[in-house]
Write a protein that binds this ligand. Structure first.
Ligand code: C2E
Ligand code: MG
Ligand code: MG
Ligand code: MG
Length: 295
């Protein structure tokens, strides 16, 4: 505990104590610096979305994509969300940034529709905090309509985590119902990793489950993972839900998932997340993206 550590540090000598304190200050300082830079990032328009295609396992075709946030920092280069999402959440900055993500995905969807890809759909990740805003459904539907997208056409899909559903409040249920009634598709991200009670699958209007990449990673060699993935697929099928495997990196994983009856996949085997311009190129040359079909 802290008191014992302090006692220990004192007895080790003054220099050592300063060493510990110095370490703490350095990490607190780094964190404060990151927070300050992130506050400026939104004004300076340093956030960007990359897009990762989702492929259908039967046809091998692109059926949609997921928008993934990146921060293009002058000092740090291109920063992945793992480095900063938690700071955005702890400071509440995820609310304006999350809104920016949704608006940007809507604009991009309109651009791609105008460019001759009427069927594309983009999935957007949402944090639990966004769901706790009063009247979040109206905010989402408002942004979509301002962008000229009818929510029921399924152009924008929402990915939520089990954490959202865990806060099993009347507000969450109401928000999800409103979005669902407006025709929006909802999926559960990282399925199987949260503290989930399966009963929420009955209570909430969910369309699909994204099987977390931690179960996919060791698929052909780890019988436990294989059993878990098979169980999730069986559960999803019997509830009439779509199933997407995340983080597919090898042909062996792909073959196994296909045999197990998974519908869709996302992963480096097919494509990494890419900037919008590169996605446009991939859409125009859709054939080049085809998955190896079973033969
Ligand atoms: P996620 O939503 O589960 O997204 C999937 C993550 O797995 C992405 O990481 C993606 O780049 C990575 N990935 C995809 N295929 C593979 C693969 O084959 N192998 C491996 N090892 N990884 C793969 P990324 O882009 O770093 O995002 C991490 C997480 O940050 C996301 O996980 C999501 O929870 C969060 N995130 C990203 N964008 C947003 C956003 O706009 N809003 C919110 N609230 N969260 C976001
Ligand atoms: Mg996601
Ligand atoms: Mg995921
Ligand atoms: Mg994840």
């Amino acid at each position: 505990n802290a008191a014992a550590a302090l006692h220990h540090a004192k007895h080790e000598g003054r220099n050592n104590f300063q060493y510990y304190a110095g370490q703490m200050n350095a990490s607190a300082w780094r964190r404060l610096k990151l927070e300050t830079e992130l506050r400026r990032a939104l004004e300076r328009e340093e956030f960007v979305l990359h897009y990762q295609p989702k492929a259908d396992l039967q046809s091998g075709k692109v059926v949609g994509m997921e928008a993934l946030l990146r921060w293009q920092s002058a000092d740090r280069g291109l920063v992945a969300p793992g480095e900063f999402i938690s700071v955005l959440e702890e400071t509440g900055m995820i609310l304006p940034v999350g809104e920016w993500v949704l608006r940007t995905a809507c604009k991009q969807a309109c651009l791609w529709q105008a460019a001759g890809f009427p069927d594309i759909h983009i999935a957007v990740n949402l944090s639990a905090m966004q769901f706790r805003q009063p009247d979040f459904a109206s905010l989402v539907l408002g942004i979509m309509r301002e962008s000229g997208l009818e929510p029921a056409l399924g152009v924008i899909e929402l990915e939520l985590t089990e954490t959202v559903l865990m806060h099993n409040s009347a507000g969450t249920l109401d928000t999800l119902r409103k979005l669902h009634e407006a025709g929006m598709r909802l999926s559960i991200d990282d399925f199987g990793t949260g503290y989930s009670s399966l009963s929420y699958l009955k209570r909430f209007p969910i369309n699909s489950l994204k099987i977390d990449q931690s179960f996919v990673q060791d698929l052909p060699v780890n019988p436990d993972d294989e059993a878990i993935v098979a169980a999730i697929i069986a559960l999803g099928r019997s509830l009439g839900l779509g199933l997407i495997a995340e983080g597919v990196e090898t042909e062996e994983q792909l073959a196994r998932l296909r045999r197990m009856g998974c519908n869709q996949m996302q992963g480096y085997l097919f494509s990494r997340p890419v900037p919008a311009a590169e996605m446009t190129y991939l859409l125009q040359n859709g054939g080049g993206l085809d998955l190896p079909l079973e033969g």
